[in-house]
Write a protein of this length. Structure first.
Length: 373
């Protein structure tokens, strides 16, 4: 009974907070973004996917689109962690009906699938049944990079001096040993990689950061061979800088899937990823061109040693390739332009919503297993 009361109380608090945000939003009479290049209508309703809705909409916002969200009380009243971010979108409008003239309609309603310029947002991101005419929306950086306007620092960060040859870091914990990573994707978990690196990397070359004081030292001009930060010792602003100061970044798998926002952040500032999942990018990354790829723990050690001894000219060439890949495939404005270039042929947009997309993959595998008996 106590647990039920807590849930009701929490839900009521969430609803009231969102109602306040909504009333404040409509009373402020936001501008009509008359200079918007395109007009989109958004009919999405699952509040549990708010983080990914925000990132999706932020890409359109940065691409000078006017965003018209359908007035859906279930969505708007049940937003939790990202309600402020969604309401902060500069081009946001909340509307009762679809505009008469729209350039794109995003929906999860399969009944609208056949209409022109209507895209079905499909969260089964990891399906093996993607058609060539469907659009895979790029995975994104952390929401705060966009909400705090930190992405505007990317051009400056691309120019900072490289003082770290190889860097790896991020949260660790029991969850980052998730058995779904090897079972579903055939990849090594973050915890297993970190444990292996700590045992077999050259201790004379490895700097393990354990305090904020040590983390601040990495942001100085002092050179480092290999730097590891197992826990969050950096602010998000400093995180981007330490990535920018690194030649290579070991892109550890995320919690529920190989992707993590860290790899996109690294690539945005020209840091070359060392990773096990180049084929999961769209288009795929290429070993020795815009990444170093490995297929085992031993191979990872070999790739790290290779990176430590790689000549400056080759590193510079790979770095330029990484920047080119990001600017042509992962940059928000370009990603949106590429989507519109595919209209009206493309009918479906695949959106990576992490653990929920992984759950969809599990369902698909289970159905295949059942069919095969």
């Amino acid at each position: 009974m106590t647990n039920l009361f807590y849930k009701i109380k929490t839900r009521g608090h969430t609803n009231l907070k969102n109602l306040g945000l909504f009333l404040r939003f409509i009373s402020s009479k936001p501008s009509q973004t008359a200079n918007a290049k395109r007009k989109i209508y958004v009919d999405l309703a699952n509040p549990r996917l708010e983080r990914y809705y925000y990132l999706l909409l932020k890409f359109f916002d940065l691409a000078d689109c006017q965003i018209n969200i359908k007035m859906n009380p279930w969505l708007l009243l049940n937003l939790r962690n990202y309600s402020d971010l969604i309401y902060n979108l500069e081009s946001l409008k909340i509307v009762l009906f679809a505009p008469k003239n729209f350039d794109l309609w995003l929906t999860a309603n399969k009944k609208l699938f056949s209409r022109k310029n209507v895209l079905l947002v499909d969260i089964n991101y990891f399906t093996s049944k993607k058609a060539t005419d469907e659009y895979v929306f790029p995975y994104n950086m952390h929401p705060d990079v966009y909400n705090l306007n930190l992405y505007k620092s990317i051009p400056t960060l691309r120019q900072v001096e490289k003082t770290i040859k190889v860097f790896f870091g991020g949260n660790t914990g029991v969850g980052y040993g998730n058995p779904d990573i090897p079972k579903l994707f055939g990849k090594i978990t973050r915890n297993e990689i970190v444990a292996y690196l700590e045992e077999f990397l050259d201790k004379d070359k490895l700097t393990n950061l354990t305090s904020e004081e040590e983390a601040n030292l990495v942001l100085s001009e002092k050179p480092f061979e290999i730097v590891s930060a197992k826990k969050p010792l950096f602010t998000i602003e400093n995180w981007l800088e330490v990535l920018a100061r690194s030649n290579f970044y070991i892109a550890l798998p995320g919690f529920s899937m190989p992707f993590s926002h860290n790899v996109v952040e690294a690539m945005s500032v020209g840091t070359i990823p060392i990773l096990q999942y180049p084929e999961m990018f769209t288009p795929p990354l290429t070993n020795m061109v815009d990444c170093l790829s490995f297929d085992s723990k031993n191979d990872l050690i070999d790739k790290i040693n290779f990176a430590l001894n790689l000549e400056t000219e080759k590193i510079s060439a790979m770095r330029e390739n990484v920047l080119k890949y990001y600017d042509e495939n992962l940059k928000p404005e370009i990603a949106v332009d590429k989507l519109f270039d595919k209209l009206p042929t493309v009918r479906k947009l695949y959106l990576n919503v992490e653990h929920t997309s992984v759950a969809e993959l599990k369902k698909e595998i289970s159905q295949i297993d059942s069919f095969n008996g």
